[in-house]
Ligand binder design. Sequence first.
Ligand SMILES: Nc1ncnc2c1ncn2[C@@H]1O[C@H](COP(=O)(O)OP(=O)(O)O)[C@@H](O)[C@H]1O
Ligand SMILES: [Mg+2]
Length: 381
Amino acid sequence: MSAASPRPAAFPLAPNATIGILGGGQLGRMSALAAAELGYRCHIYAPQDNEPGMLVSAARTIADYEDAAALAAFAAAVDVVTFEFENVPVRTLEILAPLVPCRPGPKALAVCQDRLQEKAFFGSAGVPVAPWAAVTTEAELRDAIARIGLPAVLKTTRLGYDGRGQAVLREPGDAAAAWARLSPRPLILEAFVPFTQELSAIAARGADGATAVYDAVENRHRHHILDLSFAPARVAPAVADAARAHAARVAAALELVGVLAVEFFLLPDGTLLGNEIAPRPHNSGHWTQDACQSSQFHQHIRAVAGLPLGGAARHSDAVMRNLVGPEGMARLPALAADTGVSLHLYGKASAREGRKMGHANRLFRLESLAFTAEAELLSEL
Ligand SMILES: Nc1ncnc2c1ncn2[C@@H]1O[C@H](COP(=O)(O)OP(=O)(O)O)[C@@H](O)[C@H]1O
Ligand SMILES: [Mg+2]
């Protein structure tokens, strides 16, 4: 086998071709289910067995992400590789890329894994961000606080999720404890953003550069974990359009093949600041499974397989609620009995505190969300 260029895949992939997915979580599971609907098989690669994605896929490899021999065997067994987990080492894609097409490729993964690269990238793509500074020593932290001011948020540059690896600094006296907790990892200090809402937009981009963008949504978090998404976001049309345009620009600038989500903070004056980029299907896009012709998972598989993108238009308004931990699972009987709700469960064995177990989508008549009382939107959900 030549080490220099990947085995040529015939795109679009023919029915029954195999899509390799790095990562075994719920995003891989729902991508695999979409792939099955489109006539493809999936092969999940992850370090642990019985992951949600493996339970619905044709094949699995249980191996470390940097196991070169296991990766070579995986590459030989699949027609294209994608990832559902943002913290797959870039090295994994670098090992795979000479062997098999990887969509998205290592560049998009590298940018989105590192908050410093991500912030700089937002700037180069023309998306404004809150003031920030890289911090590697306690002296740099003091300098950064002097420059950016307080309140501010100190974050690890890598491996953060659901609010982990973050500390809010409200007064100068908070710095020492935050430094002690988060160092010696590379850190970033960001100005605290007094946002009125958090929004996100999801863009799909095909290998031919065609782009499809879903409607922007409003996201509410509970204990730093996404709780609710309202689709569409109840914001001025210019704000929603700007969020979608930013997402499309980020996807183009990353030369992405697949889907990505961009998270934004909305300021009182209508300005959007970029927060994070996820180069994969995103929790805030789960509403698309029931309210759009092609869900974010179908779209991701279409892009990766080289098919034309599907329709991203919203045919219904929707509210998505995450089912998190035992508390979320306690809602199951009521949700299962509700014919107005679509349930999506991830097949996880145990409902630990803070663990995403599934989600529920409730549909509403198109263009009715903005005019429906919040209590009604959330009743039973
Ligand atoms: N600079 C900031 N100003 C205000 N709130 C923030 C800031 N950064 C993060 N947050 C809050 O914390 C949540 C999680 O932070 P985020 O950077 O998205 O990390 P992750 O989602 O990887 O845990 C955000 O959705 C937001 O609610
Ligand atoms: Mg986030």
